[in-house]
Ligand binder design. Structure first.
Ligand SMILES: [Fe+2]
Ligand SMILES: [Fe+2]
Length: 136
């Protein structure tokens, strides 16, 4: 069973961003499935690395739009992104040292909670701004 599901409660109403969030949900679920199946370090490593890279790519995508459109909440939002990146890097660093054993339900729940918490708490606040600036 999936750790998390994307549903309308996670929609920010901007198609390109919803698509990226859906991909992040899928990547977290893939990591969770791999952990539950007790996959090897060799199998889990690329999944976690992929999540790390795509997280950075997605946060960067949002930040570039903030800069281009002059989003007033940009600084506060970017601070949250910095914390998220730090968390994911820490999880990855711990995995590199300790292997699969470093991934637990607790760690996966941290990933799930930052994604849903950040989307619902912060990303949703930019919907109006994005629509006014024709971001689709
Ligand atoms: Fe986002
Ligand atoms: Fe964000």
């Amino acid at each position: 069973m999936a750790l998390m599901t994307w549903d309308e409660s996670l929609s920010v109403g901007i198609a390109s961003i919803d698509d990226q969030h859906k991909k992040l949900v899928k990547m977290i679920n893939d990591l969770y499935d791999g952990m539950v199946a007790q996959k090897s370090r060799e199998d889990l490593g690329p999944i976690l690395e992929g999540l790390l890279l795509y997280t950075a790519e997605h946060l960067d995508y949002e930040e570039k739009i903030f800069a281009r459109t002059g989003y007033a909440q940009s600084d506060v939002h970017k601070e949250e992104h910095t914390k998220i990146k730090k968390t994911v890097i820490e999880i990855y660093e711990r995995f590199k040292v300790s292997g699969s054993g470093s991934l637990s339900l607790e760690v996966l729940n941290v990933l799930r909670d930052w994604l849903s918490g950040h989307i619902q708490g912060s990303d949703k606040q930019y919907t109006q701004h994005m629509l006014l600036n024709n971001v689709t």
